[in-house]
Structure formats: structure tokens, C-alpha cells
Design a protein. Structure first.
Length: 253
């Protein structure tokens, strides 16, 4: 492998590309030569992201609400794979709502699980369809260290993210015969619109306590985009079914 991180000629779907980790991932993948398919619910925001990418005309905007998990495989087959087979997919979409168990409800459970876990499984099903992906493809699921740790008010979110780690292992074994690798990444706190909203709901001592748990500081979306690109590239061609922790030292600090 003379250029193991080169993604030239590869077509990669980034789910949740309109902001945060998804946006940073799309930018990096485009810089590495990939043709990026940008997904989110808001087409106008996706167009703005595409304008930021290297050679914007090379990339595709594909809006769709992935919480429609029954419709996701058909959308992927028709609107995305109909433009050419994929070489990779990154599931960056997610929702975190702090809610103690005393306020647990079916609506809260369904909302978090549908987006964070159900949509990933539906899209993985779609990705595997005949003609949708090329041999040697890679799927990357963005989990969270919340799937490892007990966090008050984050029980359902943590369960959904732990589910993504388990899904990566199960999918890896189910898809290996199709030459599709599946891995997950578990970030700690990353500075995004979602994390800023969470911080705004906390007291100053709570924010300070969380910051102290990150010896290398709060992460940036680009800190996650790099490992994602690694897992999509030939540099990781012998890695599947694993979860890479990217946490600025949180788990060992």
C-alpha cells in the first residue's frame, strides 16, 4: 500500500452531514479524494456543506429523514445507490436528551432509539443490498463513551450508544462474507451544537467537572473525522467488529 489513506475514486455516504462530526467528516473525506454523498433532513443546509467541500460539483446532496427506518433501505437503493455503488458509509446522526429515569416514557425511548440505533441498522440493511456497495466497503458507526459509562440522566442515550457498539460487532460477522467491514468509534465530549446545548442546561460546576475529566481538553469534530477516515481507508483493511475510543484521555484520566 503506497497511499493507504487515499480515498480517491471512493463514494462514501455521510449520514448526519449537515453539522458537527458529520460535517467535519465530509470535509476531510472530500480532501482525501472521496466523492461524498451528504445526508440530513435539511437540503438547504446540506447544500451549504457541499459548497465548502473540495470540488463541490463532485459531491451529491441526498436529503432524507432516517428516522423512517422502514423506508431507509429503499431510499438508499434508489436515491443513493442509483447514482453509483458505495464504498463506505458513516452514521453520524444522533440525539442526546438528558432525562432521569423517573421521567422515562415510551415516547422518549422510541425517539432516542429510533434515531441513534434503529436508523443505523436500517441503513446497514440498505447498504448490503445487491448493487449498493462495492467489495471492500466499510461502515463506521459513531457511538459514544456514554455506552461504556454510567451517567445520570443519560440511561437511554447510553443504552443506544452501547447498542451501536454491539451492532458493529454483530454486523461485522454477518457482513464479512460480503467483504464489508463494520466498526464503531466512541468519542468523549466533542464541541458540537448538541454538546453546547447540553452544557447550557448544566450548572457551571457540572461543566467544570466534565471538562476536568478530559485531560487533553474537549474534542473538536475534526478529532473524530480523522479516525473515521482511517476506518474507511485501506490502512484499516484488517480491522472489523471493533470500537475505537477517541476521548482525549477521559477513560484513563
Amino acid at each position: 500500500m503506497t497511499a493507504p489513506f487515499d480515498l480517491a475514486g471512493r463514494r462514501i455516504l455521510v449520514v448526519g452531514a449537515s453539522a458537527g462530526i458529520g460535517r467535519a467528516t465530509a470535509v476531510l473525506l472530500a480532501n482525501l479524494g472521496a466523492q461524498v454523498v451528504l445526508n440530513g433532513r435539511d437540503g438547504a443546509r446540506l447544500e451549504q456543506v457541499r459548497d465548502e467541500l473540495q470540488e463541490p460539483q463532485r459531491h451529491q446532496v441526498a436529503p432524507f429523514d432516517i428516522t423512517d427506518i422502514d423506508g431507509a433501505p429503499a431510499w438508499l437503493k434508489g436515491q443513493v445507490c442509483g447514482q453509483g455503488a458505495l464504498d463506505g458509509m458513516v452514521h453520524c446522526a444522533g440525539l442526546q436528551v438528558t432525562l432521569p429515569v423517573r421521567s422515562f416514557s415510551a415516547a422518549h425511548f422510541d425517539k432516542i432509539m429510533h434515531l441513534n440505533l434503529g436508523s443505523a441498522l436500517a441503513l446497514a440493511r440498505g447498504f448490503r443490498q445487491r448493487g449498493c456497495c462495492n467489495p471492500g466497503s466499510s461502515i463506521v458507526l459513531i457511538s459514544s463513551i456514554g455506552g461504556f459509562l454510567g451517567q445520570p440522566g443519560n440511561v437511554v442515550y447510553g443504552a443506544s450508544k452501547a447498542g451501536l457498539m454491539s451492532a458493529a460487532r454483530g454486523l461485522a460477522m454477518e457482513f464479512v462474507r460480503d467483504e464489508i467491514r463494520v466498526n464503531a468509534i466512541a468519542p468523549a465530549m466533542v464541541e458540537t451544537q448538541m454538546s453546547r446545548k447540553a452544557f447550557n442546561e448544566m450548572s457551571a460546576p457540572q461543566v467544570e467537572a466534565i471538562t476536568r475529566r478530559h485531560p487533553m481538553g474537549i474534542g473538536q469534530p475534526e478529532d473524530i473525522a480523522g479516525p473515521v477516515a482511517f476506518l474507511l481507508s485501506n490502512a484499516s483493511r484488517w480491522i472489523t467488529g471493533t470500537c475505537i475510543t477517541v476521548d482525549g484521555g477521559h477513560m484513563v484520566g
